[in-house]
Design a protein around this ligand. Structure first.
Ligand code: ADP
Ligand code: ASP
Ligand code: MG
Length: 409
């Protein structure tokens, strides 16, 4: 007997038929004699609908009430599935984030899970029932409902798996695993049997939305055995799915494991900033104090005028706030002008094999140049290279890089 957390995303519970299908998948695992905890997303499109309702009230909707509204989609799906399981002859009980409780930080809209009490879950499992828990939601130390950021049900599932010492955390979604690139955009994408936590962390944070970045972080820290599976697969596809695991468990010799694309960033350039100590510290600390994550940073020095241009990228959603902040610090950090560009794409290649293979960046840049794609900004880590290009060329860049690094290997 194993203890298994099964998470189903929005499309997997997108209609009553899909919920019946989930009920059958859960039943087949339960009937094998396992202890089963199910974590669910809201029905597909529901969270977007709820967010739009808040926008109809105000652009400055209270963050506490925002979380009350947008966490409600998950409450509906868990009630529906628990009842469907009962109809299917399986004892099941739903419990909401505050009932367990799943304790989070006070950062409404993007709270972090701090602790999960396992008593109630263990009691339901001991009673031979399936425990059905809404993803995405928790409760703060002030007793308010919180949410974990878009795609946060993945993180709920992994954190619950860690808290109850589950043997596996299975993420059921609308594709049958993690692919070399988004299979819905590049039909030639190949499914990966295994991918390392580190590679998956980079892929998720650079645009592969199949897993929320924090879920991979949580799995890596707590050594949770994570599998990505399809809730749409036919039952004979036994070998399908991807295991996210330790690097040592992967034998495949590959330099580049995945190619990602993200259209969620925008670029800000401050022209004519004074070139002296403390300026960059002031700019970036004022952004971080306002919870704005900066990704790429480039600074050019002009020797003659002792001024510099600083370019950086932030999430598109934070652009208006960042512009306001740059205006506020202008007395301390004088600059000539501020330019913004939202028509950009961040394209990345990721692979632990880059550590021991030279020439990957040179090959990447040659492929782009042969295809007439201009690189705006470059950033690298040990296992990834990211570039910023015009968003119109994103599709072509991903296809070309995928063809050259993945399909040719
Ligand atoms: P869920 O609703 O189940 O949480 P998501 O829509 O969040 O599902 O994530 C699944 C989607 O992730 C897929 O439909 C696919 O288009 C996208 N995706 C992006 N990159 C990848 C990748 N490298 N491998 C698999 N899927 C990917
Ligand atoms: N329902 C939430 C969202 O759409 C959380 C999730 O599905 O993971 O972002
Ligand atoms: Mg998701």
């Amino acid at each position: 007997m194993s203890r298994i957390v099964m998470k189903f995303g929005g499309t997997s519970v997108g209609s009553i038929d899909r919920i019946q299908n989930v009920s059958n998948i859960v039943k087949s695992v339960y009937d094998e004699g396992h202890e089963v905890v199910v974590v669910l997303s809201a029905m597909a499109g529901e969270t977007d609908r709820l967010i739009n309702l808040t926008k109809d009230i105000s652009d400055n909707f209270s963050p506490e009430e925002y979380d009350v509204v947008i966490s409600s989609g998950e409450q509906v799906s868990v009630g529906l599935l628990a009842a469907a399981l009962n109809e299917n002859g399986i004892g099941a009980s739903s419990c909401l984030g505050w009932q367990i409780p799943i304790l989070t930080s006070n950062d409404h809209k993007s709270a972090r899970i701090e602790a999960i009490k396992s008593e109630l879950i263990n009691k339901i499992l001991k009673d031979k029932k399936v425990c059905v828990i809404p993803g995405f939601q928790g409760i703060t130390s002030e007793g308010r409902v919180s949410t974990l950021g878009r795609g946060g049900s993945d993180t709920s599932a992994v954190a619950i798996a860690a808290a109850i010492n589950a043997d596996y955390c299975d993420i059921y979604t609308d594709v049958d695993g993690v692919y070399t690139t988004d299979p819905n955009k590049v039909p030639e994408a190949k499914r990966l049997d295994k991918v390392s936590y580190e590679e998956m962390l980079e892929m998720a944070s650079l645009g592969a939305k199949v897993l929320q970045t924090r879920s991979v972080e949580t799995a890596m820290t707590n050594n949770v055995a994570l599998r990505v599976l399809s809730s749409f697969a036919n039952e004979n596809k036994e070998d399908a799915g991807t295991i996210v695991t330790e690097e040592d468990a992967i034998n495949d010799q590959r330099v580049v494991t995945g190619v990602t694309s993200s259209l969620n960033d925008c670029k800000i350039t401050l022209i004519g900033v004074r070139d002296k100590p403390g300026i960059a510290a002031k700019i970036f600390s004022s952004l971080s104090e306002n919870n704005i994550n900066v990704d790429m940073i480039v600074q050019n020095i002009s020797e003659s005028s002792r001024t510099t241009d600083i370019t950086f990228t932030i999430p598109k959603d934070d652009l208006l706030d960042a512009e306001k902040i740059m205006e506020q610090i202008k007395d301390d950090v004088p600059y000539e002008s501020l330019l913004t560009d939202s028509n950009i794409a961040k394209i990345s290649i990721i692979g632990v094999g880059m550590r021991s293979n030279a020439g990957v960046a040179a090959k990447m840049f040659s492929i782009l140049s042969e295809n007439d794609i201009n690189i705006d900004v470059i950033s690298t880590s040990e296992i990834k290279i990211s570039i910023l290009i015009s968003n119109e060329q994103a599709e072509k860049a991903v296809n070309m890089l995928h063809q050259s690094f993945i399909l040719d290997r």
